[in-house]
Design a protein around this ligand. Structure first.
Ligand code: ADP
Length: 411
């Protein structure tokens, strides 16, 4: 138990001297303050949170009962013991009714006084503890309340974001679906007619485009969910990035072919990647370059080796992106506001760059963007080169900076 502090109030100087001495002898860790008048005592009570107060009832001026009343107003938690004269039962009853913790009869039995004081001190200390615990509980409840409010707010915002997302997704899926439905009906009608081959072919091409668009959307959603749930798996193999780029561009420009090609023959740029996923990233950058440029404007893909890194850049001469949005475009579902698709009609969900960034980061690389409105954009995919783990030394000549291939596409 901590040191307890008590106050004794009595106008009898002999008692005021004797009692503290007796208590100090019988009680450990006790500090006794004394006062020879109720008025003086009140001053002390204002300044100290006593564990107990012992006061004579009969005192000149303010008596013990009046003091008890004042203590009840000032510090109702402090137990007060009143000293009554021998046989003064009425006063004792009055004291108890007035809220006294106990009464002590004169002549004072020291043992009784000590026992009563111990009980009073203990009661006060318990009350203080309960009060402190209540206070701590109240603070804790307040903190919990604030946390619940914050979480609720977050949930409300997350819910609103989900609603917005659902609106975008349903809108994006509805357009190709409506087109598919219309085309199917048209083909049904045509199927009974002679000479319908041309219309049917056109209809099927339209349907293929719509299906492709839906496929892209669904795949983007699927990839995002795999990334967010940490279930995105890469199948990495050692391969040549020149070959990956060449094949992709041939496929992308099937029929037309790139308008300008430059490749350093026989010099591979070796990387250890999931070729399909890297292809997905480059195709996404090419599709964006086309989407956000005027029809016919050139798109250039450059493959360079710089130090321990391979860099594939896709440059367009399109509408560009304001600098303050360069960070945002890699966030999921972000689209630069008020931007019209320039070529083709696919708007997209704003997931392509997010997925691309995640794929490249999972390969230990990064994507950079340089762009300004009306000046076009350059997206650069930076990947670490393959390093043969069985060789102690890296061939320095192999690491020299060089441009390995440049392909220009005019849509
Ligand atoms: P989206 O499916 O909308 O194209 P992306 O994640 O691929 O989604 O791109 C996010 C946004 O970044 C696009 O909506 C577009 O506003 C902007 N953006 C991306 N690439 C380009 C580019 N080459 N030129 C201009 N803006 C671009």
């Amino acid at each position: 138990m901590d040191t307890s502090t008590i106050l004794i109030v009595d106008d009898d100087p002999a008692l005021l001297q004797a009692l503290p001495q007796a208590l100090n002898l019988r009680l450990d860790d006790i500090q006794v303050h004394t006062s020879d008048s109720a008025l003086e005592a009140l001053k002390l009570i204002r300044d100290h949170n006593y564990d107990a107060i012992v006061s004579d009832i009969k005192m000149p001026g303010m008596d013990g009962l009046a003091l008890l009343e004042k203590i009840g107003e000032l510090r109702p938690d402090i137990p007060t013991l009143l000293i009554t004269g021998h046989g003064e039962h009425d006063l004792a009853v009055q004291a108890l009714r007035g809220g006294a913790y106990d009464f002590i009869q004169k002549p004072i039995d020291r043992d009784y006084l000590v026992a009563a004081l111990k009980r009073a001190i203990q009661a006060h200390q318990l009350r203080t503890q309960v009060f402190e615990q209540q206070l701590a509980l109240k603070l804790h409840a307040k903190a919990l309340e604030r946390m619940v409010q914050k979480r609720t707010q977050e949930l409300v915002e997350a819910n609103a974001a989900k609603d917005k997302l659902l609106r975008i997704i349903s809108h994006e899926l509805k357009t190709p679906l409506t087109s598919l439905k219309g085309m199917t009906q048209l083909l049904y009608r045509q199927s009974s007619k002679v000479d319908s081959a041309e219309v049917v072919t056109m209809g099927l091409e339209d349907m293929e485009r719509s299906l492709h668009r839906m496929e892209v959307l669904v795949n983007d959603l699927l990839d995002t969910s795999l990334i967010e749930t940490n279930m995105f798996v890469l199948h990495r193999k050692r391969c040549d990035l020149v070959e990956i780029c060449r094949n992709l561009i041939d496929e992308y420009t099937a029929g037309t072919g790139p308008s300008l090609t430059f490749e350093v023959p026989g010099e591979p740029v070796e990387v250890e990647v999931d070729a399909d996923r890297i292809g997905q990233v480059i195709i996404n950058l090419l599709t964006n370059a086309r989407k956000y440029s005027a029809k016919g404007s050139p798109v250039t893909v450059t493959l360079q080796q710089v130090g321990y890194e391979a860099i594939v850049s896709v440059r367009d001469m399109g509408i560009g992106i304001p600098a303050e949005m360069h960070v945002n475009i890699f966030e999921p579902f972000f689209r630069v506001p008020d931007v019209e698709v320039q070529t083709g009609s696919h708007t997209g969900l704003g997931l392509g760059l997010y997925i691309s960034r995640k794929i490249i980061e999972r390969h230990g690389g990064h994507i950079d963007v340089e762009s300004a409105p009306e000046s076009g954009s350059t997206f650069s995919v930076v990947l670490p080169l393959y390093v043969d783990p069985t060789k102690d030394e890296v061939d320095a000549a192999k690491l020299s900076s060089r441009t390995q291939g440049v392909w220009t596409i005019a849509h």
